[in-house]
Design a binder for this molecule. Structure first.
Ligand SMILES: C[S@@+](CC[C@H](N)C(=O)[O-])C[C@H]1O[C@@H](n2cnc3c(N)ncnc32)[C@H](O)[C@@H]1O
Length: 319
């Protein structure tokens, strides 16, 4: 028996755009959308790592999880336009580094992998390797990560953003994320320098935003900063986006990016508490106001607390 979802809320945003939120399973929402009706999907599904969400149980067997991944990506592929993009953010656990790659493999049956972007949450740059032009006076270490206590595994400072498309032929607006050439003589050498800027490449340093109180400012265990979807949307090309989607809306980071950019958005979320928060965030963004903590380069994330004596035991496995 098909389930008909009605919008939970429709929020007007900039440039006559709107954000349409559905409370329910994204598989039901996908069924309701016309084939080839969505330009861009930017999303982060549950990673199946036992994260404690309010409603969703993040503890499927690996087989069931990958079968479910294949089902929702197939549904996403049906609604994507022929020149559309699916930006799929997945992280891993240091002790289980295959997770994200397994997810990408599960998506492979339905879409082509056009780019792999590395979302860098934290980086250390040595002063002498940066070169004089960078103007560093000392070694630099920026951003935050979940510190682990392990003799075998490294602190995990990045996540994947897999860029899937229907035929690996989707044109991108590479210079929308352009960075200025450090050495102007390179402009002539590479002959790609539109107005002195070059393609940013596939390493994006985006730290989490600073928040004062986790429960109030980011009441969700696994969000990405709204700058991440914003960069994905800009890269796809804003003038080619009639409708953007996030099937796993969470607190609405993709919806917020759309509201700021004046893009139509549609999203689903299983948990009403998260969805209500997403609606509120989009209303704030649509009104041009700042969300708590936006714009700062430091972060606090509940699951990124410094390792304490009591948490050491549980992290000793490197998980
Ligand atoms: C990793 S979080 C997404 C966070 C989001 N990117 C953000 O920045 O707020 C995954 C979300 O998917 C939701 N979810 C899990 N299964 C779902 C389903 N079948 N349909 C819709 N939402 C689902 C969970 O409740 C959770 O909030």
């Amino acid at each position: 028996m098909p389930v008909i979802l009605n919008p939970y809320r429709v929020v007007p945003a900039r440039r006559n755009s709107e954000a349409e939120f559905y409370l329910g399973d994204c598989l039901e929402l996908f069924k309701q959308l016309e084939p080839q009706s969505v330009d861009v999907i930017v999303t982060s599904p549950p990673y199946n790592m036992g994260v404690r969400y309010s409603t969703y149980q993040d503890t499927l067997t690996q087989t069931d999880y990958l079968q479910w991944t294949s089902r929702w990506v197939e549904a996403a592929a049906r609604v994507l336009k022929a020149d559309g993009s699916l930006f799929l953010n997945v992280g891993t656990r240091p002790s289980d580094p295959w997770t994200a790659l397994d997810v990408a493999q599960a998506a492979r049956t339905h879409l082509r992998l056009q780019n792999i972007i590395h979302w860098i949450k934290s980086i250390a740059i040595d002063h002498d390797s940066a070169g004089i032009g960078a103007g560093l006076t000392r070694n630099l270490a920026v951003g935050h990560y979940k510190p682990i206590n392990s003799d075998r595994f490294l602190n995990d400072c990045h996540e994947f953003v897999f860029h899937f498309t229907p035929s690996a032929n989707t044109n991108l607006d590479r210079l929308a994320l352009g960075v200025p050439y450090q050495d102007p003589s390179n402009i002539a050498r590479w002959r790609t320098g539109g107005e002195g800027i070059r393609c940013r490449g596939n390493t994006w340093f985006i730290p989490y935003e600073t928040i004062q109180r986790r429960d109030r400012d980011r009441p969700h265990p696994a969000t990405f900063p709204s700058r991440l979807p914003e960069q994905c949307l800009r890269l796809h090309g804003l003038d080619r986006i009639g409708l953007a989607m996030d099937p796993f809306t969470g607190l609405g980071s993709t919806a917020v990016a759309c509201a700021r950019l004046g893009l139509n958005f549609v999203g689903a979320e299983l948990d009403e508490g998260y969805l209500a928060e997403a609606v509120e965030r989009v209303e704030v963004a649509a009104a041009g106001r700042e969300l708590p903590g936006r714009g700062a380069a430091r972060m606090r994330k509940a699951d990124l607390r410094p390792v304490t004596a009591s948490s050491k035991a549980s992290k000793a496995s490197g998980a």
